[in-house]
Design a protein around this ligand. Structure first.
Ligand code: 5GP
Length: 177
């Protein structure tokens, strides 16, 4: 952010909490008694995953995979790298991938193919936000919090150059009028 840009709220904390509760209720219907593995994609999904699991009152496990598609700019490089490997074997597990945002779809498509090779019992995707206007590869999202416009979002785990992850609302950066 420079002196010519400002933060504007797109989704405030109340709206986010309502969406998280709705998603948790949908997930509960499908995963109770399945001991699912919830797999958060680092780093952006850690806040969402932390809030989501506190509304799930059945046995589950969590793990994280570190993937990186963005460098230090707000433009995707298109290349996905595994920065931190999974520690839990996914073979024969019911895996629910928890993502902060699906944008071009490249990260999620990469991860779903990566997991598929490891033969989970089932695999679904939950995304807090979906930015369909920038999609480059098709991705089926099973649980969606919000469909968002083509803006660069920060807050609630999402960063710009590693800043703003701690904002409780989801905001966007806008040029000052
Ligand atoms: P995709 O591979 O779908 O283009 O992007 C997925 C990843 O890119 C997300 O997990 C997130 O880390 C990053 N990303 C995509 N759009 C945004 C955005 O609007 N704001 C931020 N902070 N990161 C984004």
């Amino acid at each position: 952010m420079n002196s010519r840009t400002e933060l504007r709220v797109l989704l405030d904390r109340k709206e986010i909490e309502t969406a998280v509760r709705r998603l948790a209720s949908e997930i509960s219907q499908d995963y109770r008694n399945k001991n699912p593995l919830l797999l958060g994609i680092l780093r952006g999904s850690f806040v969402f995953l932390a809030d989501l699991i506190r509304h799930l009152d059945f046995p589950l496990e969590i793990d994280f995979i570190g993937l990186s598609s963005y460098g230090s700019s707000t433009q995707t490089s298109g290349k996905i790298k595994v920065m931190k490997k999974l520690e839990t074997p996914v073979r024969d597990r019911h895996v629910l991938v928890v993502e902060d945002i699906v944008d071009t779809g490249l990260t999620t498509a990469f991860l779903l193919a990566y997991l598929h090779r490891r033969k989970p019992a089932s695999m679904k995707l939950c995304a807090l936000t979906n930015k369909p206007s920038r999609r480059k590869v098709p991705v089926d999202i099973d649980y969606i919090g919000f469909t968002v416009p083509n803006k660069f979002l920060v807050g609630y785990g999402l960063d710009a150059n590693q800043k703003f992850r701690n904002l409780p609302d989801i905001c966007y950066l806008e040029d000052k009028a």
